[in-house]
Design a protein around this ligand. Structure first.
Ligand code: C5P
Length: 401
């Protein structure tokens, strides 16, 4: 469940910080990639050297790295994480988190994080019982954070009461249970095509398009995050996959893409055709570079490429969900609906080139999901990672029908 997950481990200044070392060890052993963010007080309890050795990453505490002056981006960290766990969470940090007091890297990162956040409070029994702590924890719960209740027992002060940080094994279990509940694609195999195709003219030139692959890669990451085994057939792009459950097959041309996708399709429960496939390939490809000095102007002879989505759609077995994308400039919905029929799709994700900040190369997109029955679900402009969630939610709804 934790394999490949990006986890931010936040450590505050409490005696229970010694248990965070063990928590870090368990998370790493479970296959997570862990970035530690520690408060200045936390460093009084546990040394960054221990934590960086175990996590394999420098520990972050300050906004700037003293020796290089480089800026630690809480925004990038917040977007990178699949989950954030703050253990121990002290009364002070809980208060800051509840009230948005972003005076250190840990709280700033928390405020930027879009992922689920888990808190394992640890403090003396009277601090725990104080109405201010209860109110702050209640506020954090109401924001959707997961509070891992502290246990009752002997505390560092030798007093006995509620305030012992939950044991690291149980913190990991709570996180695993959360991820398990979100794995609605567990055991499913998903095929995704992404990026452009390049159709060779000669060894140095090609016909291509502006597709960056960002939308398809975001969908691949979302499916993998939700438990699917993903095969991503990608045209030439400069993107990397981060989830180990994504099997990536790089291709160049539409015909290569069809061959790879066709092979994976039979064993797939879902196929999402995101690629911007070239409509034609060059029949008279030159084996050596076409030279300008030639007397005649070269003529490129085009031949129709296979329609990958339509080929798969023609071989669709019952229960398989096939999704297409449509990028249109005019009569968008009408054209998209025609494609549903032509390619035998379950639904199509329409985006219009007329929408600003949507489509090629951008990090945002604005789509409408159109179903076979003609119903339309329009969505607002949002990051491609969030569009991916909407598309995958629709896929899951179809699988559950
Ligand atoms: O026909 P059009 O290219 O507009 O259709 C777009 C949809 O069909 C996308 O889902 C795209 O990935 C898929 N497609 C394909 N093979 C092609 C052309 C488009 O799979 N040759």
């Amino acid at each position: 469940m934790m394999k490949g997950k990006h986890i931010i481990l936040g450590i505050c200044g409490g005696i229970a910080a010694y248990k965070s070392v063990y928590l870090l060890r368990l998370l790493v052993k479970a296959g997570a990639d862990v970035q530690v963010v520690i408060t200045p007080a936390g460093k009084e309890f546990i040394t960054p050297v221990t934590l960086s050795s175990l996590s394999g990453h420098p520990v972050i505490s300050e906004f700037f790295t003293a020796n290089t002056g480089s800026w630690n981006s809480h925004v990038d960290l917040g977007l990178w994480a699949d989950a954030m766990v703050i253990a121990p969470a002290t009364a002070s940090t809980i208060g800051k988190m509840a009230n948005g007091i972003a005076d250190n890297m840990l709280v700033t990162t928390y405020l930027s994080a879009k992922c689920p956040v888990f808190l394992a409070p640890a403090m003396d029994l009277d601090m725990m019982a104080h109405p201010s702590t209860s109110r702050n924890l209640e506020l954090l719960r109401s924001y959707g954070n997961h509070i891992i209740e502290p246990g009752v027992g002997e505390l560092a002060s030798h007093l006995v009461g509620k305030g012992r940080m939950e044991e690291p094994e149980n913190i990991v279990k709570a996180m695993e249970a959360y991820f398990a509940s979100k794995c609605d694609l567990s055991g499913r195999r998903v095929l995704i095509t992404a990026g452009p195709t390049y159709e060779r003219i000669d060894p140095v030139r090609f016909i291509g398009n502006y597709s960056s692959g960002k939308m398809g890669f975001a969908i691949a990451e979302e499916c993998a995050r939700r438990g699917a085994e993903v095969t991503l057939v990608s045209g030439p792009v400069s993107l990397k996959c981060s989830n180990p459950h994504i099997k990536r097959i790089d291709v160049e041309s539409a015909r290569q893409m069809l061959s790879a996708a066709g092979e994976a399709f039979a064993g797939s429960d879902v196929a999402i055709m995101c690629a911007a496939v070239a409509d034609y390939y060059v029949e008279n490809q030159a084996d050596s570079k076409i030279k300008r000095e030639n007397n005649e102007i070269p003529q490129i002879k085009l031949q129709r490429n296979p329609d990958i989505a339509a080929t798969l759609g023609a071989n669709n077995r019952p229960g398989q969900v096939l999704v297409g994308f449509a990028l249109e400039t005019d009569y968008e919905a009408v054209n998209a609906k025609l494609k549903i029929e032509k390619k035998n799709l379950d639904f199509i994700v329409l985006n219009s080139l007329r929408d600003k900040d949507a489509c090629f190369g951008t990090d945002t997109n604005k789509v409408t999901i159109i179903s076979r029955d003609g119903s339309e679900k329009p969505f607002g402009l949002k990051p491609k990672a969030d569009v991916a969630k909407d598309v995958v939610d629709e896929v899951v709804a179809r699988l559950q029908k």
